[in-house]
Ligand binder design. Structure first.
Ligand code: TYM
Length: 335
C-alpha cells in the first residue's frame, strides 16, 4: 500500500484542508505503516502556479505550510514530505500523460469551470491541464490510496482513466489505479458565512475561513459569528435536514472531537446556537492552538524546514525514477 497526497501552498492551511485531508494523512501514517506501506505527502507548488501568485508569497507559503503539516503531526522521519518542484519526474510524467488524456475529459472538470468562470479564454493553460499533473503526481509512485476532500474526487477519477488508457494503449500494466479516500467525517467543510460554498482560500470573506495560523481570539470570533438559524438543535442528526449552516457546524464539531454528528446533536438537543457556538469555539481553539504554536516554533528555523523538504525530495526522486523510466521506455522514448 502506498498513500500519496498533496496540497497547494497558495495560502495558509485552513480548517477544510485540515479536517478534510491532513487529519487523515496523520492517521494514515500509523495505519499504513503498521501494514508495511508507505505515506508520501507533498506541497503541490507547481499547481500553485496555475493562478497568479507573487513569487515571494509562493516560496514563503511553501515553507509555512510545510511547518504547519509537521506541527499537525506529519513526521518527516516516517512520511516522505517534499515539494513537487524538487522532483522533476512529476513534470516529465505529466507531459507524457498529456498525450494520453483527452481534451473531452478535461472539458468535464468542474473545478476548471468554477475557477475559470466566465473568463475561460483568459485562464492559464496550466489551470486547464492541472488534473493531468495531478494524475502524474500519484501514478508516478503507483499510489494505491489518495486521501483527499470530496472536491478532488473528479480529478482522481481522471487519474484512474488516464492510467487505464495508458495501460490499454501500450499493452502494459505499468500504472496502478489509485483509490480516492474521502474523509467520512469531513468530506466537504463549508464556508462559515455561506453554507452553499466550500470553505476555501478564495472565499470572499475572511470571516468564512478558519486558518490554522489564526489567533485564539480570531478563531473564536469566526465561530461565534458563524451564520446559523434561530432554531435550537433538534434531537437527531436527521432532523437537521435543510439547515445547511447548522449541519456544517455540527460536522466541524464532530470532526474536531472525533465523534459522530448524531452524538454531538444528542448532547446539544434543545439548546440554541448561543450555547453551541461558544462550545465549538472552545473546542476549535483547544485543537488548533497547539498546532499553530508548534508551527510558529518550527518557523524560527526556516532552514531546518527547507532541509526536511530537500531530504524528502531525495527519497521521492529515488522512488519516482524507475516508473518514469519505464513509462519512457514503454512509449518508445528510451531504448
Ligand atoms: P487543495 O490544496 O485545494 O486542498 C488540499 C486538500 O484539502 C482538501 N480540502 C477540503 N476538504 C474538505 N472541505 C473543504 N472545504 C476542503 N478544501 C480543501 C482537498 O480536497 C485536498 O485534499 N489538487 C489538489 C492538490 C494536489 C493533489 C495531488 C492531491 C495536487 N496533486 C495529488 C492529491 C493527489 C488541491 O488543489 O488541493
Amino acid at each position: 500500500m502506498r498513500v500519496v497526497s498533496g496540497i497547494k501552498p497558495t495560502g495558509n492551511l485552513h480548517l477544510g484542508n485540515y479536517l478534510g485531508a491532513v487529519k487523515q494523512w496523520v492517521a494514515m501514517q500509523d495505519e499504513i505503516q503498521a501494514a508495511g506501506g508507505e505515506t508520501m505527502y507533498f506541497l503541490a507548488d507547481l499547481h500553485g502556479l496555475t493562478e497568479w501568485i507573487a513569487p515571494a508569497e509562493l516560496s514563503a507559503n511553501t515553507i509555512e505550510m510545510t511547518a504547519t503539516l509537521v506541527a499537525a503531526g506529519i513526521d518527516p522521519e516516517r512520511s516522505i514530505l517534499f515539494n513537487q518542484t524538487r522532483v522533476p519526474a512529476h513534470s516529465e510524467l505529466a507531459w507524457l500523460l498529456n498525450n494520453v488524456a483527452r481534451v473531452g475529459w478535461l472539458n468535464r472538470m468542474t473545478q476548471f469551470k468554477d475557477k475559470a468562470g466566465k473568463n475561460r479564454e483568459g485562464a492559464s493553460v496550466g489551470l486547464y491541464d492541472y488534473p493531468v499533473l495531478m494524475a502524474a503526481d500519484v501514478l508516478l509512485y503507483n499510489a494505491t490510496h489518495v486521501p483527499v476532500g470530496e472536491d478532488q474526487k473528479q480529478h482522481l477519477e481522471l487519474a484512474r482513466d488516464i492510467a487505464a488508457k495508458f495501460n490499454l494503449d501500450y499493452e502494459t500494466d505499468l500504472f496502478t489505479q489509485p483509490d480516492p479516500l474521502i474523509s467520512a467525517a469531513a468530506p466537504r467543510i463549508m464556508s462559515l458565512r455561506d453554507a452553499s460554498a466550500k470553505m476555501s482560500k478564495s472565499n470572499p470573506s475572511e470571516q468564512s475561513v478558519v486558518k490554522l495560523i489564526d489567533s485564539d481570539e480570531t478563531i473564536a470570533d469566526k465561530f461565534r459569528k458563524a451564520k446559523t438559524d434561530p432554531d435550537p438543535l433538534p434531537d437527531s442528526w436527521a432532523a437537521l435536514e435543510g439547515r445547511a449552516e447548522a449541519r456544517n457546524l455540527v460536522i466541524v464539531f464532530a470532526a474536531l472531537a472525533d465523534r459522530t454528528p448524531d452524538d454531538v446533536v444528542a448532547e446539544f438537543a434543545g439548546k440554541g446556537f448561543g450555547q453551541f457556538k461558544p462550545a465549538l469555539a472552545d473546542l476549535a481553539v483547544a485543537t488548533l492552538a497547539p498546532i499553530r504554536d508548534e508551527m510558529v516554533r518550527l518557523l524560527a528555523d526556516r532552514s531546518a524546514i527547507d532541509a526536511i523538504l530537500a531530504n524528502g525530495a531525495a527519497k521521492a526522486r529515488d522512488l519516482a525514477a524507475p516508473t518514469l523510466a519505464a513509462a519512457q521506455r514503454t512509449m518508445g522514448l528510451l531504448a
